[in-house]
Design a protein around this ligand. Structure first.
Ligand SMILES: [Cu+2]
Length: 508
C-alpha cells in the first residue's frame, strides 16, 4: 500500500513520468510540474459483485494523495467523466475561488475540461477530498488527502489510512426521492422515533413530523421532572438513527469479508488516520477491545485521550495511535451507529495468523452523542481574544416530508450567515430537529466552545455533530474573506436543502 510509508518521492516520480509521457518540451519540466488528478471511473468488487464507481485518481492511484505543510498545492484536475464535476479539498484553509463548490466558489468543470489549483498548504494532518456535485461523493468521487508535518513529533511511525464509506447498489437520487415521498419505510427511518437518551425540555414540542413513541407522554409545561422521566423512558427505546440502509460499509474500498491486512513494522506502534467518507453514516471506531490513543481530530491535535471506543461523525477524521505487540493481530473496526454491522481493516504483527472477523458485532452500537466531543481539549488553541459577534444558525426540518432546512429555509431559499471581516465570531448552531447533523464550515477551522449550555475549551476542527434539540457553539476568526459553503454533511440532508453559506462584509 502506498499508505504505509510517506511516498512524496513516489509522487514526484509519478509527475515526472506523466509529464514526460505527455510529450511536453524540456522547458516545461524545468518549471515545477503540476500534480495531476483525474475524475474518472473504476471497477471494484463489493459483496462479490463487480461495480463501476466514480473515482478520483492521483499519482499514487485512487487510494489517496500525500503532500506536506509548506508545499504548494499545485494541481490540475481533469474531468474524464461525461458529466460535470468539481472537487472540494475538505478541511483546507485556502483561497475561496479554489474551494471546489459549484455556485459558491466557482463553476463546475465540464466533461473533458480541467481546473488548476495553486495555493500554499498551511496545515498538516488528516484531510480528504470529495466531489461537491450532487451524490458524486457517494458514488466514489472521494479520497484521502494527507498533509505531513515537517516537524512531526510522531514522524517515523508507521502510518495506515482508513477511509470509510457507506455503499449502495441503488441510485442515491432514487433513495432521496423515496425519502421525500414520505414513504420511507423501505429505506429510511421516516417514521422517526426519539433517539435513545434524548431529553425533551419541560414543555418542549416535538419537531414537526416527528412521532411520539407509543406510550410516551409529553411532559407538562413547567414540570421539570418531566424531562427527566422522559429521558429515562427513552433510554431503553430502540433508536432510529439512520436515514438510509446501505448494502455495504467499506474500509479502503473493501468489506470485512475480504479486508485489507497490513503487516506492522518496526516497534509495533501505528498511527491510524481514519476518515469518515460516509454519505449518511456515523461510526464507532475500536481497536478490537484494546485501548488506543486519540491524538488528533479533523487534522488538528488534541490532548491525548486513551479509550477503547471513539465515535466518528460523517466527514470527521480521527488519528489514533495503536500498539500491535509481537504476535498480535489488532482489527481496526468501524461499527455503524445504532447497528451491529461493521467494517474495518486488520493490523497484524509479522508472522501472526489472521483469523476472519465477522461483519456483525455481538451488540448494537448506541447513538453518537457528545460524550467524546465534550471530553476533547485542543492541543493547539486559537489565539486568545474576545468574541465580537455571535451568529445564530438554526437547523430545522420535517422528517415526514424529508425537508431539511438552515436559517429557516431550503437552500437557496435561505439566508447566509454574515460575518464582519477581521472579527472573532461565534456560530451558535441550534438544532431544532430530532436528528443529529454533522455541520461543516469551509475554508476555516473553528473551536468548539459550548455544548448543550456547558462551556468547554474544546477541539479545533472543521466538522461538528450537533445533537438533536441542542445547541453547539463554535468560534472562528473571520480572516479569509469570501463566500464559504456551510452545510450539513449528511449528503441526503444537504441535497434536501440543509445547505447555506458564510458571507463576509467589510469592517466599517
Ligand atoms: Cu443533517
Amino acid at each position: 500500500m502506498a499508505y504505509e510509508t510517506p511516498s512524496r518521492r513516489g509522487v514526484l516520480a509519478g509527475i515526472a513520468a506523466t509529464t514526460a509521457l505527455a510529450g511536453l518540451p524540456a522547458a516545461a519540466l524545468a518549471r515545477k510540474p503540476k500534480l495531476q488528478l483525474e475524475a474518472t471511473t473504476r471497477e471494484i468488487e463489493v459483496n462479490g459483485k463487480l461495480v463501476k464507481r466514480l473515482a478520483v485518481v492521483g499519482p499514487d492511484g485512487p487510494e489517496g494523495l500525500r503532500l506536506k505543510r509548506g508545499d504548494d498545492f499545485e494541481v490540475r484536475l481533469t474531468n474524464r467523466l461525461d458529466t460535470e464535476t468539481l472537487i472540494h479539498w475538505h478541511g483546507l484553509i485556502l483561497p475561496p475561488a479554489q474551494d471546489g463548490v459549484p455556485g459558491i466558489s466557482g463553476p463546475a468543470i465540464p466533461p473533458g475540461g480541467h481546473a488548476d489549483y495553486d495555493f500554499p498548504l498551511v496545515q498538516a494532518g488528516t484531510y480528504w477530498m470529495h466531489s461537491h456535485v450532487g451524490f458524486q461523493e457517494q458514488l466514489g468521487l472521494a479520497m484521502p488527502l494527507i498533509l505531513e508535518d515537517p516537524d512531526d513529533p510522531l514522524a517515523g511511525l508507521q502510518e495506515v489510512v482508513l477511509f470509510l464509506e457507506d455503499f449502495t447498489f441503488k441510485d442515491p437520487y432514487a433513495i432521496l426521492a423515496d425519502l421525500q415521498k414520505g414513504d420511507a419505510t423501505a429505506t429510511a427511518g421516516g417514521a422517526m422515533t426519539m433517539p435513545a437518551g434524548m431529553a425533551m425540555p419541560g414543555g418542549a414540542k416535538l419537531p414537526e413530523g416527528m412521532k411520539m413513541p407509543q406510550g410516551m407522554k409529553m411532559p407538562d409545561a413547567g414540570n421539570t421532572d418531566g424531562a427527566m422521566k422522559m429521558a429515562d423512558g427513552m433510554a431503553g427505546m430502540k433508536a432510529d438513527l439512520n436515514d438510509v440502509d446501505f448494502d455495504a460499509y467499506l474500509a479502503n474500498s473493501r468489506t470485512l469479508r475480504d479486508p485489507e491486512i497490513i503487516r506492522v513494522e518496526r516497534n509495533g506502534k501505528v498511527r491510524v488516520r481514519i476518515i469518515n467518507g460516509g454519505a449518511s453514516t456515523n461510526f464507532f471506531i475500536s481497536a478490537g477491545g484494546r485501548t488506543a490513543r486519540l491524538v488528533a481530530v479533523d487534522g488538528e491535535p488534541v490532548q491525548p485521550i486513551d479509550d477503547t471506543v471513539f465515535p466518528i461523525g460523517i466527514a470527521q477524521r480521527l488519528d489514533l495511535l495503536v500498539d500491535v505487540a509481537a504476535g498480535q493481530v489488532v482489527p481496526i473496526l468501524a461499527q455503524r451507529e445504532g447497528d451491529t454491522v461493521r467494517t474495518g481493516l486488520i493490523l497484524a504483527a509479522p508472522g501472526a495468523q489472521v483469523a476472519k472477523v465477522s461483519e456483525q458485532a455481538e451488540a448494537k452500537a448506541g447513538a453518537m452523542g457528545v460524550e467524546l466531543e465534550s471530553r476533547l481539549r485542543t492541543a493547539a488553541p486559537l489565539p486568545q481574544r474576545p468574541i465580537d459577534d455571535e451568529l445564530l444558525s438554526t437547523l430545522s426540518g420535517n422528517m415526514a416530508a424529508y425537508v431539511w432546512m438552515m436559517h429557516g429555509g431550503v437552500y437557496p431559499n435561505n439566508k447566509p450567515l454574515v460575518v464582519t471581516t477581521g472579527q472573532r465570531a461565534a456560530i451558535r448552531m441550534r438544532n431544532e430537529t430530532g436528528m443529529a447533523h454533522p455541520m461543516h464550515l469551509h475554508g476555516h477551522v473553528f473551536q468548539v466552545v459550548e455544548i448543550a449550555g456547558k462551556k468547554i475549551d474544546g477541539a479545533v476542527r472543521d466538522t461538528v455533530m450537533v445533537p438533536p434539540l441542542s445547541d453547539v457553539v463554535v468560534v472562528f476568526d473571520a480572516n479569509n474573506p469570501g463566500n464559504w459553503a456551510y452545510h450539513c454533511h449528511n449528503l441526503y440532508h444537504m441535497e434536501a436543502g440543509m445547505f447555506s453559506y458564510l458571507a463576509y462584509v467589510p469592517a466599517t
